[in-house]
Unconditional design. Structure first.
Length: 241
């Protein structure tokens, strides 16, 4: 893997990540593995690859996305703690996302949503209150950049246009499985200090800083909008877990 020297904001020499780098598999702790498997296979639509000894691996197509580890009785961490904000699963196109959101809405799953300019995203929680995002990317040639910073926002979604992708389809009769090409698109973390996080992910690991929002920082490899997001919205100075 080739790397290129770059100068970080902390004046330390680091190396840029290869542009083909992506995030891989996220591991989540769950209290009840059977309950979580039902949620992730029946509602989210992931495929169970293997299971045993309180663990399970799920994904889409032949690509693993999510590992579950059962820890009975594990408490939910406080919102002020550092750790996972959400794991974000990206579907291959707008139609696939519209179909999945229609299925989840029909199952009465509470959803948040936003048009981030680079993507359309929906937010929910699993049975253990682990944050999830389901989204689709707009084509890269539609992303707007100000120099090396990509423009992102949290605008309303045009639902008329969005659900026109599946107009006339019998959503209740469609397969709940997500299509091949679905993968873990990015991770978003709660951090105690964005400056220290930037020193680590940018200055040491070599991710490019792609966006800054109040209380939040986004980094990536290869010109993606972000592979890792981090924020201090609730966790500024928070304790580690």
């Amino acid at each position: 893997m080739q790397t290129l020297p770059v100068q970080s904001q902390s004046s330390q020499i680091t190396v840029a990540l290869h542009p083909a780098n992506e995030v891989g598999v996220v591991t989540l702790k769950v209290v009840d593995l059977r309950r979580s498997l039902d949620f992730y296979t029946q509602k989210i639509g992931l495929k169970l690859f293997k299971q045993g000894e309180g663990r399970a691996l799920l994904g889409a197509g032949s690509r693993p996305i999510l590992a579950l580890v059962e820890i009975p009785g594990a408490p939910n961490p406080p919102e002020s703690a550092t750790g996972l904000y959400h794991a974000a699963i990206v579907l291959p196109d707008r139609r696939a996302l519209a179909l999945k959101i229609a299925q989840l809405s029909g199952a009465k799953v509470p959803l948040g949503y936003a048009d981030h300019l680079v993507s359309e995203a929906f937010y929910l929680s699993d049975p253990d209150q682990n944050g999830l995002e389901l989204y689709r990317d707009r084509p890269r040639n539609e992303w707007a950049w100000d120099g090396v910073r990509v423009r992102m926002a949290s605008d309303p979604i045009d639902f008329d246009s969005f659900f026109a992708e599946i107009k006339g389809e019998n959503v209740a009769g469609t397969d709940t499985a997500v299509p091949g090409g679905t993968k873990l698109g990015h991770m978003h973390l709660r951090v105690a200090d964005n400056g220290l996080a930037e020193q680590f992910y940018h200055g040491m690991l070599g991710f490019d800083v792609t966006a800054r929002l109040p209380g939040a920082l986004f980094v990536s490899a290869g010109g993606y909008h972000h592979h890792i997001g981090m924020n201090t919205w609730q966790s500024l100075g928070g304790e580690k877990i």
